[in-house]
Design a protein around this ligand. Structure first.
Ligand SMILES: Nc1ncnc2c1ncn2[C@@H]1O[C@H](COP(=O)(O)OP(=O)(O)OP(=O)(O)O)[C@@H](O)[C@H]1O
Ligand SMILES: [Mg+2]
Length: 342
């Protein structure tokens, strides 16, 4: 009764704090925030720290700041590396989506990587509470992705979800509402950007920042070779002279630049399939693979994964929001009936 009264006075939220982006879902409004996971901090001579801005505005300052301003990306490889900054970021973003302080803090579902140790769970819960949440429910990310993709996870059948995020790729097999097999590698979209920056340096003698490399990926990136097609003028700094310079790169070159990390993502899925118990593997062979996360939007990644595994691959609508939407849905579910002792 009290809970439902409090629920009526507050807006319930789901939060997915990822390596690249933080997303917030508000019940009744949908995904209302998708901002870069970044905070710009001003440090004065006395060691006092003040948050200047958060999200995309902070990320846009990366590589452009004077010595007294630092841009911190509090999530590294899918895991919170700086809890103080993560908490400050969350507080700002939650306040932004609510527009004002509510009488009662929201109930918040927070996505966490599968297998997060107890100490980190506790720290994350405390951070979310300090950001104003009245009640915090931690939701494991593979389950959130599966529910967000509308898979019937409660069935006694295996389902495979592959989430390609900014810093990590998670492969999970789920059955009966739980994770049966899990494999996570510290490789995601950011590493594809780094591979492109590396290629431009080695083959064009051009130094570019992470934003430029990501732009190249978004325009020309693909997981399968493409003959001909578009080309892009890329601006950066010449490695030899240090002067501003431009070069032209095409889709085929970008494919070669990214080939190795793309292969590692596909290998992670093949390895997970090899280690899946036989009955569940045969379920997955029938139902196929669901590909989520921002990286799922990489051109032809679904086709490349389908060709490598021989399985159907489905990408849900808005794959980057699948986890946060699933986390919100999970919190609404009635708790399972208690088990009867036998
Ligand atoms: N159309 C696209 N093509 C290729 N990559 C894309 C596309 N759209 C987004 N991405 C990439 O997706 C990545 C971000 O994905 P997402 O937002 O799911 O990551 P995250 O949840 O913040 O990270 P993680 O789950 O690893 O902690 C970025 O590297 C971004 O460049
Ligand atoms: Mg993610």
């Amino acid at each position: 009764m009290l809970q439902s009264m409090l629920g009526a006075l507050s807006a319930d939220l789901a939060i997915d704090m990822g390596t690249s982006h933080t997303r917030i879902y508000v019940r009744g409004r949908g995904v209302v925030c998708c901002q870069a996971s970044a905070v710009a901090i001003h440090e004065d001579g006395g060691g006092r720290r003040r948050v200047l801005c958060v999200g995309d505005a902070a990320r846009d300052m990366l590589g452009r700041t004077p010595p007294d301003i630092r841009v911190v990306q509090p999530v590294r490889d899918g895991v919170i590396a700086d809890f103080d900054v993560a908490e400050a970021m969350l507080r700002h973003l939650v306040l932004q989506v609510q527009g004002r302080r509510l009488w009662v803090g929201p109930r918040a579902a927070v996505c966490i990587p599968y297998g997060t140790p107890d100490m980190e769970r506790r720290a994350l819960r405390e951070s979310a509470e300090a950001s104003g949440a009245r009640e915090v429910v931690l939701v494991e990310q593979p389950l959130a992705c599966a529910v967000g993709a509308e898979l019937p996870v409660e069935d006694a059948r295996g389902h495979m979800v592959v989430d390609v995020g900014g810093g990590t790729t998670t492969v999970a097999v789920l059955s009966l509402g739980g994770v049966v097999h899990h494999h996570r590698i510290k490789l995601g979209g950011t590493h594809l950007d780094q591979a492109i920056a590396h290629y431009l340096r080695e083959h064009h003698g051009l130094l570019v920042g992470p934003r430029t490399a990501e732009e190249v990926k978004l325009h020309l990136g693909g997981a399968l070779p493409r003959v001909g097609g578009e080309a892009l003028e890329v601006r950066g700094r010449a490695q030899d002279s240090g002067w501003p310079r431009a070069t032209v790169i095409d889709g085929e070159q970008v494919f070669h630049a990214m080939a190795e990390p793309v292969r590692l993502i596909i290998d992670a899925v093949l390895s997970a399939l090899e280690h899946t118990p036989p009955d569940l593997a045969s379920d997955v062979a029938e139902s196929g693979i669901v590909l989520t996360g921002g990286g799922a939007a990489l051109r032809d990644l679904d086709r490349a994964l389908g060709e490598a595994t021989g399985l159907p691959v489905v990408v849900p609508d808005a794959p980057h929001c699948t986890a946060v939407v699933g986390a919100a849905a999970l919190v609404d579910r009635p708790a399972p009936a208690p088990a009867v002792a036998v």
